[in-house]
Design a protein around this ligand. Structure first.
Ligand code: GUN
Length: 293
C-alpha cells in the first residue's frame, strides 16, 4: 500500500480562504482581528516561526504586532508588556513564543495572559477547559492534527490512537482531543519500552518527540494514519520529522510529510483562534449595545 499524502498546505489554504471572508465580515462591523506576538531572545527557530505567524496574519487580513526583546530582558518587563496587551482593544490574541530564556518563569508569563486572549491555549484555565471539553482555544498543533484527520475522513471514533510524546503543547492536549472523539488513546513517551507493541496495533499514530527516524515501517499497522509532528534539523541542514517517511509511506494509509504536513496547520489554527477571539469580542459588544438600547 502506498499512503495518501496529507497535504497540510492545501488544507491550510482552504481554511484561510474561509477565514478571509470572516475577517471581511468583521471589518463591516468595524473590527479588525489583531494578534500580538512577544518574542524574547534570539533563538533562530523562534525568529522564523514569529516571522511566519506575522506574515500569515497579513495573508488573511488580520492586524499583527511583533514585540522583540533581547534575551536579558527581565521577567517583570515581559509581564508589564503582557499587562498592556491585555488592555489593548486592538489586540484580540496574545502569543508568547516559547521557549523563553531560563530566567523567565514560563508558567508566570503564560498565566499573565487574560484567558480570553490566550490564543495558544496555554493558560491553566484553558488547559483545564480542554479536559472538560469546553475550551474556546484548543492548542494549535493538536487542533491542526484533528482538522487534517477530519479533512481526509480518517475515522477517529472507536480507533486505536497512539500519541508518542507527552508535552504540554502537543502530546497531552492531542491525547485529550482524540479521547473526546471516542478514540482509545495510549500515550507513549520517549522513554517507553518496546514502543512498537503499542504502535503496531494503532489505527492512528501521532509522533511528537523530536527524534528523527523514531517511527519505522516495521512498527506500524498496514493502512494506519501516521501524523508526524516532529521538526528536526539534521546536520546537513535538512528538515525532517520523527517518522522514517520514505519507508513508512509504503505501508501507511495516510501520512503527513515534513515540511508541508502539520506545520502549516499550526499557524492556520493560530489564525482560527485569533479570529474566534475577535468574533467573541464583536458579539459581546453587540450584545452589550442591545442591552443598553
Ligand atoms: N514554540 C514551539 N511551538 C510553539 C507554539 O505552538 N506556541 C508558542 N507560543 N511557542 C511555541
Amino acid at each position: 500500500m502506498t499512503a495518501t499524502i496529507i497535504d497540510g498546505r492545501a488544507v491550510s489554504e482552504i481554511m484561510r480562504k474561509k477565514m478571509r471572508s470572516r475577517v471581511e465580515s468583521l471589518g463591516l462591523r468595524g473590527l479588525r482581528p489583531g494578534l500580538a506576538v512577544v518574542l524574547v531572545g534570539d533563538d533562530a527557530a523562534s525568529q522564523i516561526y514569529v516571522r511566519n505567524k506575522a506574515k500569515a496574519c497579513e495573508n488573511v487580513g488580520m492586524h499583527s504586532e511583533v514585540f522583540r526583546y533581547p534575551a536579558e530582558t527581565s521577567e517583570a518587563d515581559v509581564l508589564q508588556k503582557i499587562a498592556e496587551l491585555n488592555e489593548d482593544p486592538r489586540i484580540h490574541g496574545i502569543l508568547v513564543q516559547l521557549p523563553l530564556p531560563a530566567h523567565v518563569d514560563n508558567g508566570k508569563v503564560l498565566e499573565a495572559i487574560v484567558p480570553h486572549k490566550d490564543v495558544d491555549g496555554f493558560h491553566k484555565q484553558n488547559v483545564g477547559a480542554l479536559v472538560t471539553g469546553e475550551s474556546n482555544f484548543p492548542p494549535c498543533t493538536p487542533q491542526g492534527v484533528m482538522t487534517l484527520l477530519d479533512h481526509y475522513e480518517v475515522a477517529i471514533e472507536g480507533s486505536n490512537a497512539v500519541v508518542i510524546g507527552r508535552s504540554n503543547i502537543v502530546g497531552k492536549p492531542m491525547a485529550l482531543m482524540l479521547l473526546a472523539r471516542s478514540a482509545t488513546v495510549t500515550v507513549c513517551t520517549s522513554k517507553t519500552r518496546n514502543l512498537s507493541q503499542f504502535t503496531e496495533i494503532a489505527d492512528i499514530v501521532v509522533a511528537a518527540v523530536g527524534k528523527p527516524g523514531l517511527l519505522t515501517a516495521d512498527m506500524i499497522k498496514e493502512g494506519a494514519a501516521v501524523i508526524d509532528v516532529g521538526m528536526n534539523r539534521l546536520p546537513n541542514g535538512k528538515l525532517v520529522g520523527d517518522v522514517a517517511f520514505d519507508e513508512v509511506k509504503e505501508k501507511a494509509g495516510y501520512i503527513t510529510p515534513v515540511p508541508g504536513g502539520v506545520g502549516p496547520m499550526t499557524i492556520t489554527m493560530l489564525l482560527a483562534n485569533t479570529l474566534k477571539a475577535s468574533e467573541m469580542v464583536a458579539d459581546g459588544e453587540q450584545a452589550a449595545r442591545r442591552a443598553t438600547a
